[in-house]
Design a protein around this ligand. Structure first.
Ligand code: NDP
Length: 311
């Protein structure tokens, strides 16, 4: 059985930054990387809004650099996922997917969130080649191009508005005959002449040679007026919500009704002493690498303080 003072779960900017800080504080952290080392950022290409890289940096390179930096300060990595937890008493107990057990005096949960997808095979096929779930990350690549955003909530409206500042035309594909977003966001979308809302429309698939060139859509599916047609677009943005990766911790720590881990405002502290949350798993709003990294640093500093009280 592995025993550690500090277990960090997750290998996005929050997890790796926590590991850098914890390593430099001599905590010898152990980090469980999950099945997608580098996290959500590795699904995008270039990162242009992370400070310190005036020319931008390849997302995978950025994450490899963070990992190497954590390794330099003594972080040990485990390529596995946490399947089960017992946080009923300290030291906390966790089990990995191979059945092995880890005992930890403190834990930083940095497991992130996963964008929801429609479940079309074409979304995987064109991932990073016209399909994105983050307008702030990838919108810049669609300057003067035609894009579509799927969803009718606040995120979709916000992303459509954001993209309208870059793209020549934005379609908003909404499955219902109305938007679910707040009134102010609806007004912004409906009054934006670059945005065309396609109500009661669903996506059947995507097409294109070396990237997305269009979407197969269906209007009023299953009704007498049903109509299928192809819409030429260069980019297809999903904005149908995110799912925080908190399932395995929910029996023990407080989350909000959608599963985001609740922290004491302004801190990474959860409802359990010695358990901290950083990055998107506790952040339904900003979802940015730089913010996740900052909260990872906070979590490591808090963990260090907590561990010093145990000694
Ligand atoms: P929401 O759950 O609010 O909205 C999801 C949207 O995606 C809905 O329109 C939903 O349609 C649609 N959708 C879901 N699944 C599918 C599917 N399979 N096919 C087609 N459409 C689908 O998620 P958001 O991410 O928009 O917002 C999450 C929370 O964050 C909300 O509370 C929101 O208010 C908040 N938020 C606030 C912001 C702000 O205040 N500036 C900005 C962003 C988010 P349907 O309506 O039919 O279910």
């Amino acid at each position: 059985m592995e025993k550690t003072k500090l277990l960090i779960i997750g290998s996005g900017p929050a997890g790796y930054t926590a590991a850098i800080y914890a390593g430099r504080a001599n905590l010898s952290p152990v980090l469980v990387e999950g099945m997608q080392p580098g996290g959500q950022l590795t699904t995008t290409t270039e990162v242009e809004n992370f400070p310190g890289f005036p020319e931008g940096i390849d997302a995978n390179e950025l994450m490899d650099n963070m990992r190497a930096q954590a390794e330099r300060f003594g972080c040990k990595f485990i390529l596995s996922t946490v399947e089960r937890t017992d946080f009923s008493a300290s030291p906390y107990r966790l089990w990995l997917d191979d059945g092995s057990e880890i005992e930890a005096d403190s834990v930083i949960i940095a497991t992130g969130a996963s964008a929801k997808y429609l479940g079309l095979s074409d979304e995987q096929k064109y991932m990073g080649m016209g399909v994105s779930a983050c307008a702030t990350c990838d919108g810049f690549f669609y300057r003067k191009k035609v894009v579509a955003v799927v969803g009718g909530g606040d995120t979709a409206c916000e992303e459509a508005n954001y993209l309208s500042g870059l793209a020549s035309k934005v379609y908003l594909i909404v499955r219902k005959p109305f938007l679910r977003a707040s009134q102010i966001m609806q007004d912004r979308v409906l009054n934006n002449e670059k945005i065309e809302v396609l109500f009661e429309t669903n996506t059947l698939g995507l097409y294109g040679e070396d990237g997305v060139e269009g979407a197969h859509l269906v209007y009023k599916k299953g009704e007498p007026e049903e109509k299928t047609y192809d819409l030429p677009i260069d980019g297809f943005f999903l904005a149908i919500g995110h799912r925080p990766n908190s399932e395995v911790f929910r029996p023990w720590i407080e989350t909000d009704e959608t599963g985001y881990i609740k922290t004491i405002p302004g801190t990474p502290r959860t409802s359990l002493p010695g358990i901290f949350a950083a990055g998107d798993v506790a952040d339904p709003h900003y979802r940015q690498a730089i913010i996740a990294a900052g909260s990872g640093a906070q979590a490591a500093m808090e963990a260090e303080k907590y561990l010093s009280t145990l000694e």
